[in-house]
Design a protein around this ligand. Sequence first.
Ligand code: NPW
Ligand code: K
Length: 506
Amino acid sequence: MHIVTAKEMYDTDRYAMEEMGLQGHMLMENAGRAVATEIEKHVSLKDQILILVGKGNNGGDGFVIARTLLQRGYSVEVLQIPNDEDIQGDALTHRKIYEAFGYGYHTFEDLNSLITFSSGKNVIIDALLGIGVKGPLRSPYDEIVPYVNQLDAKVISVDLPSGIPADEGISFEEAIQSNFTIVIQYPKVSAFLQHTAPFYGEWKAVDIGLPDHLLGKPESCGVWTKEDVVASLPEREPFSHKGSHGKGLVIGGALQMPGSVTMTSRAALRAGAGLLTVATVKDVISILASSVTEATFIALEEQAGKINSVDGIEFSYDGVAIGMGMGRHPEGEELLREVLKQAESPVLIDADGLYALKAYLPHVTSRSSPTILTPHPGEMAHLLGVEVPELLEKPFQYSRQFASRYGVYVVLKGAFTLVTTPKGNQWVHTTGNVGLAKGGSGDVLAGMLLAMTMQPQSIEEALNNGVWLHGSTADLLTEDTHSTYDLLATDLIDGLSKTYRTHLSE
Ligand SMILES: NC(=O)C1=CN([C@@H]2O[C@H](COP(=O)(O)OP(=O)(O)OC[C@H]3O[C@@H](n4cnc5c(N)ncnc54)[C@H](OP(=O)(O)O)[C@@H]3O)[C@@H](O)[C@H]2O)[C@@H](O)CC1
Ligand SMILES: [K+]
């Protein structure tokens, strides 16, 4: 499923209108009817519905929705916010059709009109502003929006909650707080930003008949779905052997932190790695040996319980993960540098490895094998040299610039984990839940990603499939046996079997 900016949406609409003959009023008819059909799933014939119609085409959709619902027997009233002469173009065409059916509307004079017409209504349809919103809400929307937000009614927004910009990096002051948003054709970027997504409530996209190839462009941005996983995750060949499923290496752990590397290793094996070696300090090996029986070990030189050197590792692996539980120490930089120079396989850098990476970043571009970074926002902000809130305002832009500048894959972890390729393809993940906000879930993810990168699929597919498996496992577990309070990172490792069996064996 594509994700679009306002410009991409307007370009797509324009192309459909100018090059394909799908005229604006036809698109609006399709949009309004598709939205009305979706609204029917959330309302009943007993509900009293008020549709708030704004000045632009979002308001135009409102007139189509009103006509469709009235024809289908629903109780609907319309409150048009602008004066009659301010409704123009396709929106005016549809208001005329609405009137030709014999339906009427009220016009907003001051807040009292909204108070009067919203009285007794238990459903409000927000067709005030769409992707054309610019700047803070102006009069009278700055009065209307707070009034709607304090009403005790179900609010359903058309395309996006009025006041929320479609794009990232744009500030706003107030917006409709929706219970449900019916997105027209493609979700907009703001549906996946931490500070704007909550305004959408739940959302669903409806098809208005724009062909997908209109968005064909070198960069691709979308939601990675179960269908994508099913299409790309390779089936196991019946005559394959443990070597064909990837020989992985995990470098990490310190005497003070033996857990991280344990979780990464177990997760990698559970996710499908054929063979796994863990390179760590001696005391961690004795702890690991009992809980990761399937792995082999390399004891590394140490100082004060931390890895001091990677001497002794022969880099003949299909994938390497480094950094988890390694601790932060001056030698970390040198270790990482050696690994990146010597390994001729994908190298995934997580946790403490990311802190050690900063100085070496400019040299990463010279690697001939993929380099994968899996930062949480704090680690990513550190690498970028910006504050976390600034990063979270524009995660798409920052990730794309960073991935292309250093030629790396970036898995920016969060409520909407974002995978970016060096070429600028971006995939958002909507699986997973707040149960994952706990120590260890990143270590488990790193292990799953390591296993995925060693299977016969592209690195882009591997990372997305790994993130999807991790999130879906959390979802299955919290639906079933766990809650978002008690879910542990180790539960994800054991729960992965169920995800594979439930989702991927159909
Ligand atoms: N054919 C198509 O393209 C299709 C489009 N579709 C639908 O159209 C929507 C986009 O329509 P749009 O471009 O008319 O923008 P939209 O947000 O409805 O209104 C913008 C108007 O609002 C005003 N305004 C702006 N900012 C403001 C503020 N802060 N505070 C107050 N007022 C503000 C501004 O007016 P101004 O006051 O500046 O004159 C401006 O004219 C899209 O989301 C989808 O729902 C579908 O039907 C499919 C086919
Ligand atoms: K809206």
